[in-house]
Design a protein around this ligand. Structure first.
Ligand SMILES: [Zn+2]
Length: 88
């Protein structure tokens, strides 16, 4: 799996916006799938999140950052299509 993604496959955040440019695998290499907020040392930082919890979490974050609610809604509606949630 060396495909790299433009967006984190857990929360949908653009990887460009991630100050660390991706999470870290358990062997210390960069994760190409997940951002540093979602994934650290080979583990999800919120391993018990359901897809709906992730949507609500991201909506809350976007509102904090000043995005209008409808934009947060559009953005987070794509989250269930990301790799982390596809199998569920
Ligand atoms: Zn993420």
């Amino acid at each position: 799996m060396d495909k790299s993604y433009k967006n984190c496959q857990s929360c949908g955040m653009p990887m460009k916006k991630d100050p660390n440019k991706g999470g870290t695998n358990s062997d210390g290499t960069k994760s190409l799938l997940y951002c540093s907020y979602c994934y650290c040392n080979g583990k999800f930082t919120q391993p018990d999140f359901t897809v709906n919890e992730m949507k609500n979490f991201c909506k809350g974050k976007m509102k904090e950052m000043g995005f209008p609610g409808f934009l947060a809604g559009i953005f987070t509606s794509g989250i269930p299509k990301l790799e982390r949630w596809k199998k569920q």
